[in-house]
Write a protein that binds this ligand. Structure first.
Ligand code: FES
Ligand code: FES
Length: 212
């Protein structure tokens, strides 16, 4: 009877051996011709706008969204990135007096514009009435959607005061009023995963009442 030497094979040993063989005989040589092209520098565009009353000048990749310009370049992280696709409203800021989804807008489109973020509405010592109302009415839970909700809520009451109609108005020529139905319709682009909607509506009604 033949006494074969004992083979000691491990999974790692087999894999290492296979790799060495492939490199030695099978793999094509890595030549200069097959190397990826060298990365080109990204072109930049400059833009100047005012954020919360302060002039800011940036040199950006022209594809940078306003949201990323605020968060990544100016470090104003109060404005949140939720979906990055215009579906949640977490990135809402006020530009030239109107609310916009900053994830859907390129920063370079805002040359000379006045931009207000949650940081510019109030300060911890001097809260904006809407910020104070959100606290009074528990208008948030995790708080992620809250900066967008508050910017939107401030702009909504301004839209109503300026007579801008909405889809739920029976008479589009009449002046809109800050009813619960109006405010819910106008806030429908701001999603709250925690479901703080009824408290947000109460906070808005509180401020609208104060303004009435
Ligand atoms: S992050 Fe802009 S709408 Fe969701
Ligand atoms: S408070 Fe959590 S998502 Fe609105």
């Amino acid at each position: 009877m033949v006494d074969w030497p004992r083979l000691k094979l491990s999974r790692r040993g087999v894999l290492a051996g296979t790799t060495v063989t492939a490199v030695a005989v099978g793999a094509p040589a890595f030549t200069e011709a097959s190397a990826p092209p060298a990365a080109q520098p990204v072109p930049t565009a400059s833009v100047t706008f005012s954020v919360n009353g302060r002039e800011r000048r940036l040199a950006l990749d022209p594809r940078t969204t306003l949201l990323d310009a605020l968060r990544e370049h100016l470090h104003l992280t109060g404005t949140k990135k939720g979906c990055d696709h215009g579906q949640c409203g977490a990135c809402t800021v006020i530009v030239q007096g109107k609310r916009i989804n900053s994830c859907l807008s390129l920063a370079v489109m805002h040359e000379g514009h006045e931009i207000t973020t949650i940081e510019g509405l109030g300060t911890p010592d001097r809260l904006h009435p809407m910020q104070a109302a959100f606290i009074r009415h528990d208008g948030y839970q995790c708080g992620y959607c809250t900066p967008g909700q508050i910017c939107s809520a401030v702009a909504v009451l301004d839209e109503i005061a300026r007579g801008i109609p909405s889809h739920v108005q029976d008479d589009l020529t009449a002046s809109p009023r800050a009813t619960a139905q109006e405010m819910r319709e106008r806030m429908s682009g701001n999603i709250c995963r925690c479901g703080a909607y009824s408290n947000i509506a109460e906070a808005m009604a509180d401020v609208a009442g104060d303004n009435a």
